[in-house]
Design a protein around this ligand. Structure first.
Ligand code: SER
Length: 285
């Protein structure tokens, strides 16, 4: 078993080796953003940098941001516990460029970490890109060794990331992992539809600000905002499709078993999963 602590550190250390500064997560309750109840993404605390209102101390940083998604534009509440991989509270591992590197480095480094360092099977990885973003598709084809048949185009719903109704946003490219038993059973139509194909890492290219009239305005600079779900990558690296079978949840589930005298049944264990998830979220909130 590789611990979540070790995996978090491997991510941070990888980006430190690419000249990023490691910074702490911000609070899950934003202090100065009236558009958000909870921090729902790593980029929340950097909004004023993206908008050009504040200068960053360092233009490359890496962090693990604590996030809560229970309301608003990004709301996973109904999925929690019913499936194995949505949570009200989760950690988002992220590398950031504020007007520094852009698509090429972000894509190459993500691929390097997943396939060279963590040695994920390339035959289980899929990539989605925004339908109009040929540049990103070409970077995947020309600068990584991904099989080009595993690069798929999707529309705004899946590959254009926005923090909320207004704010910084841009096209994204997502990396998905196939959790099925037999790699021969994969098909492109499973991505973004079949829960066996899961998004693990989202690379967002922040280049617009959507204003309150819905118009996209160019930002003064282009930025990179990536989010890799810690709970999901810990599941993958421990070869378990369920995030609940990792060291991030099992100790809590064991306590629930002891207190309730009810064994956790992986197949029908929605209640154990929901309680474990919500306890984690409430502790951090
Ligand atoms: N902002 C993107 C997300 O939340 C990537 O970090 O998915």
């Amino acid at each position: 078993m590789i611990s979540s602590k070790k995996i978090r550190k491997q991510f941070i250390d990888f980006f430190i080796s690419k000249q990023h500064e490691s910074v702490r997560s911000s609070s899950v309750v934003p202090f100065d953003d009236p558009t958000l109840l909870f921090t729902n993404a790593g980029m929340n605390q950097f909004k004023s940098i993206f908008l050009g209102d504040k200068s960053p101390k360092n233009n490359r940083i890496v962090n693990s941001q604590k996030c809560i998604r229970v309301s608003g534009k990004h709301n996973d509440l109904e999925e929690v516990g019913v499936d194995d991989y949505h949570h009200t509270f989760f950690e988002m591992l992220g590398n950031w460029s504020f007007g520094d590197y852009y698509k090429s480095e972000a894509i190459r480094w993500a691929w390097e970490l997943l396939t060279d360092i963590w040695k994920l099977d390339k035959e289980r990885l899929w990539v989605s890109v925004y339908k109009d973003d040929e540049e990103t598709k070409n970077i995947w084809i020309n600068e990584t060794d991904i099989d080009k048949n595993r690069i798929l185009k999707f529309g705004k719903k899946d590959n254009f990331w926005e923090m909320g109704e207004i704010g910084p946003c841009g096209p994204c490219t997502e990396i998905h992992y196939f959790h099925g038993k037999n790699i021969k059973n994969q098909k492109a139509s499973g991505v973004n539809s079949d829960p066996l194909y899961r998004e693990v890492w989202n690379l967002v290219f922040i280049q617009y600000n959507r204003d309150d009239k819905g118009t996209l305005n160019d930002l003064p600079q282009k930025h990179v905002d990536t989010g890799l779900g810690l709970e999901r990558i810990v599941g993958i690296l421990n070869s378990t499709p369920s995030n609940y079978d990792t060291d991030l949840f099992m100790p809590i589930i064991k306590s629930i078993e002891e207190i309730t005298h009810r064994k956790y049944d992986k197949k029908h264990g929605v209640s154990h999963r929901v309680i474990a998830d919500h306890i984690r979220m409430l502790c951090f909130a």
